[in-house]
Ligand binder design. Structure first.
Ligand code: 5RP
Length: 300
């Protein structure tokens, strides 16, 4: 019932305390609308400014990738340790229960396979479905220098325009064609194009030397993909170097779900990304957690 009979003049206006207008914590996102900023604040941890995204969208062009044969069995147990799940709508609806409340970066492009030209993608998810699924970001590849460069840029531009209407950020993923050099020149071109067309954050690969210049030249956050499976210590070192040189975290797939101990590995990656753990400490953590998990399994 409305409190009509007891209306009193308010006293707690604190007129001496100016209202705060704190700057938004994320690079390049200060001028965005509340909904967009809120979704970005669910993707990037405001305390560290970084994210550990777990990427398992590989099936959209390469089928049942090693480690992703059963997303319900292999990926679902990793969800509690990820900041964000990056996946297709098919994987989400079929294999991740709705009780998992982690933010989702939804893969919104498709249209090719490992048997055909990778850059020939189209937008394959409507904004309405992205919103229906509660996506915190939409993602598509930009293939700079590839046969369908123009089409891939148009795809991401479309996501940015529709997402902006509804407050859903866009992650532009720099897809690297087989003949491209993974170097400073290529990634400064690709990441900068993504930011200039309006992507809210960009996924790149780590490379040496010059990664820090690519980060500096890109006015929105960069997260790194893991790429092909490396020995665990090397993957942790890559994540460490990338964050040390300005990356805002990782969007890592194979180096987590193809690890000998994915649950241990994702926690070690978390330690690097959010706590600046050294490579030695993170690798020790990985080995300790792996040994604990093996002991637990043996005891079951
Ligand atoms: C596929 C992707 C993947 O999400 C990306 O490559 C991350 O996975 P990985 O760490 O295995 O490289 O964008 O196109």
């Amino acid at each position: 019932m409305a409190d009509k009979d007891d209306i009193k003049a308010g006293k707690n206006f604190a007129p001496d305390v100016p209202a705060k207008n704190d700057p938004f914590f994320l690079k390049g996102a200060g001028a965005l609308d509340w909904g967009m900023q809120n979704r970005l604040a669910r993707i990037f941890n405001p305390a560290s400014g970084r994210t550990v995204m777990l990427a398992f969208d590989h099936g959209y062009f390469q089928g049942p990738t090693t480690g992703l044969e059963r997303i319900d069995l292999n990926i679902r147990p990793l969800a509690p340790y990820a900041d964000v799940l990056m996946c297709t709508r098919g994987a989400l609806r079929t294999s991740i229960p709705a009780e998992v409340t982690k933010p989702v970066a939804l893969r919104c492009s498709a249209g090719q396979s490992i048997l055909t030209e990778l850059s020939n993608e189209m937008i394959a998810v409507d904004i309405e479905d992205a919103i229906r699924l509660g996506a915190c970001a939409m993602a598509a590849q930009v293939y700079i220098g590839a046969e369908y460069e123009h089409k891939s840029i148009a795809n991401v531009t479309k996501l940015i325009d529709t997402g902006t209407r509804y407050g859903v950020p866009t992650l532009a993923v720099t897809g690297v064609g087989a003949d491209m050099q993974r170097d400073e020149r290529y990634f400064s071109l690709a990441t900068r194009i993504c930011a200039e067309i309006g992507a809210h954050y960009v996924k790149s690969y780590y490379f040496e030397p010059g990664f820090e210049n690519v980060v500096a030249g890109c006015p929105v956050p960069i997260v790194i993909a893991g790429g092909k499976k490396l020995p665990e210590r090397d993957a942790l070192e890559m994540a460490y170097k990338a964050c040390d040189q300005g990356a805002a975290g990782v969007d890592m797939g194979r180096n987590i779900f193809q690890s000998d101990s994915p649950i241990a590995m994702i926690q070690a990656v978390n330690a690097v990304v959010h706590e600046n753990a050294t490579v030695d400490n993170a690798f020790t953590l990985y080995e300790d957690l792996k040994a604990d998990l093996l002991r637990q399994r043996a005891a079951e």
